[in-house]
Design a protein around this ligand. Structure first.
Ligand code: BTN
Length: 124
């Protein structure tokens, strides 16, 4: 299971992950289909790393999206699987941290969820 490439998740969000370096680190971009804000959605950068490259066929990984159109950050953690049909699938969980004006609002600043990504094939 290879992280590099274009992926779409169950919300319709798209991401592109670039080539991994020798340490398993990667960068990419994320176009979310949804937002917790009223801001206009824009392409946002992501940075992450994959565990023990070349040693496991279904690696774990994590990445951070630093949203360019809001003050929020999302961290994703997951595993790259090959399903029974040989299809690659990323099973992830995420935490979305929003910015709040006061420490009194800290309790409501973090959302949690799951996303499932499948590989986007280039349209012909
Ligand atoms: C924001 O609303 O401040 C930034 C966009 C957050 C989008 C979230 S991240 C977790 C979930 N999965 C997605 O693909 N989009 C939403």
């Amino acid at each position: 299971c290879v992280l590099t490439g274009r992926w779409i998740n169950d919300l319709g969000s798209n991401m592109t992950i670039g080539a991994l370096n020798g340490k398993g680190e990667f960068t990419g971009s994320y176009h979310t289909a949804v937002t917790a804000t009223t801001n206009e959605i824009q392409l946002s950068p992501l940075q992450g790393s994959q565990h023990r490259i070349n040693q496991k066929s279904q690696p774990t990984f994590g990445f951070t999206v630093n949203w360019s159109f809001s003050d929020s950050i999302t961290v994703f953690t997951g595993q790259c699987f090959v399903d029974e049909n040989g299809k690659e699938i990323l099973k992830t969980m995420w935490l979305l941290r929003s910015s709040v004006d006061s420490i009194k609002d800290d309790w409501k600043a973090t959302r949690v969820g799951i996303n499932v990504f499948t590989r986007l094939r280039s349209q012909k």
